[in-house]
Design a protein around this ligand. Structure first.
Ligand SMILES: *Cc1c(COP(=O)(O)O)cnc(C)c1O
Length: 394
């Protein structure tokens, strides 16, 4: 970590974030004293008389296990509210439904492939999108003036190019233009970046990744401070129905308890692997926010509390060599997704970002020799040895 987290001391942030991952929403069960929260595996709730109940009517709208998770996650992002959904993409869907049809949205030009697909093949029927390099503040300012967006959608660091946008600067710009700012904070987790504190209106996560951390759940969440939008999100969740199951919420409640130590371990390993790659003769270029060579290293240091576990590098050579490399690693599993305790490797152009047209991929630098690593928390020397034997094969 580059510096120590200094959360504002409100009730939700009375303790350090590492303590909050364990104790907020993790209180022992009042009825039995069970130290672990019960899984309320129920669809409905008995009412005393019509309309008289304990705050729960039906699990699509609310569930006590999910409520605990929402309390915990809100506290981690220093937010007033959190809405947990069945996947990261369904959280994005709810966000889009907050805007009336015909709304304009500026979105970063290098975002998660599924986000790009959602915006360009589903919500393009009702909303208007412009994809902009949000790291270029001058260009963004011009686009805001010209396009008058209702919302600016940021991913920072981006996926897979790890470009970093100045959240504070963009939020200030957006405020003047009366546009809402959403930050997809999946790559950093609440441990390394808190966009609401930097001025954003909404934070979104795919909980599938670092928050759960064990590659056994799909889930999403939105954190926010605004009471009106909170009501709207829960109304939409109830009306559309992308609610997470009680069991999956329980698994995330368990996974999140180790988020702080996992993120520290991911970062330590990723830094060592990035430094190893940077010196390697078969590597053209390494992109990792913690390296001085990263173009936005200074912004990373300013707005992030750590540099995360994701590394992108360009192998010297063509797609054949990339394929050979990817099928020779043994410890790194060749798989989509990221943020689990186990190390993963993937080829964005063929795998996660195949839904981005080749022309668009090339225009943003997402080339065929680009390889993405999600560095896990195994012993780092074993990871480096694995990469080394794969380099020898190409
Ligand atoms: C995975 C991912 C998503 C989508 O989340 P799912 O849980 O897979 O639906 C959105 N944004 C980012 C940055 C992601 O990595």
């Amino acid at each position: 970590m580059t510096k120590k987290a200094t959360p504002k001391k409100t009730k939700a942030t009375l303790h350090d974030i590492a303590t909050r991952t364990i104790h907020v929403g993790g209180e022992p069960d009042k009825e039995t004293g069970a130290i672990m929260p019960p899984i309320f595996q129920t669809s409905t709730y008995v009412q005393e008389s019509p309309g008289v109940h304990k705050g729960y009517e039906y699990t699509r709208s609310h569930n006590p296990t999910r409520t605990r998770l929402e309390e915990c996650l809100a506290s981690l992002e220093q937010a007033k509210h959190c809405c947990v959904t069945a996947s990261g993409l369904s959280a994005e869907m709810l966000m889009m439904h907050l805007l009336p049809p015909g709304s304009n949205i500026i979105c970063g030009d290098d975002v998660y492939g599924g986000t790009y697909r959602l915006f360009t093949t589903v919500f393009n029927h009702t909303h208007n999108f412009r994809f902009v390099d949000t790291t270029d503040l001058k260009k963004l300012e011009k686009e805001i003036k010209d396009f008058k967006p209702a919302m600016i959608w940021l991913e920072t660091p981006t996926n897979p190019l790890l470009k970093i946008t100045d959240i504070q600067a963009v939020s200030a710009m957006a405020k003047k233009a009366k546009a809402l700012v959403v930050v997809d904070n999946t790559f950093m987790s609440p441990i390394f970046q808190n966009p609401l504190v930097l001025g954003a209106d909404f934070v979104l996560h795919s909980m599938t990744k670092y928050i759960n951390g064990h590659s056994d759940v799909v889930g999403g969440c939105i954190m926010l401070n605004d009471d009106h939008y909170r009501k709207e999100l829960f109304r939409l969740q109830n009306s559309i129905g992308p609610s997470q199951s009680p069991f999956d919420s329980w698994l995330v409640l368990r996974g999140v308890k180790t988020l702080a130590i996992r993120m520290a371990a991911h970062e330590k390993n990723a830094m060592a692997v990035a430094q190893y790659l940077e010196k390697h003769p078969k590597v053209e270029r390494v992109v990792y926010p913690g390296l001085k060579s990263h173009p936005q290293h200074a912004i990373a240091k300013k707005q992030m509390l750590g540099f995360g576990g994701m590394i992108t590098f360009f192998l010297k050579g063509d797609i054949k060599k990339s394929k050979k490399f990817l099928s020779t690693v043994k410890l790194f599993a060749l798989a989509e997704s990221l943020g689990g305790v186990e190390s993963l490797i993937e080829h964005p152009a063929i795998m996660t970002h195949a839904s981005v047209p080749k022309k668009v991929r090339e225009s943003i630098g997402l080339s065929d020799n680009l390889i993405r690593l999600s560095v896990g928390i195994e012993h780092v020397q074993d990871l480096i040895d694995d990469l080394e034997q794969a380099f020898k094969s190409v």
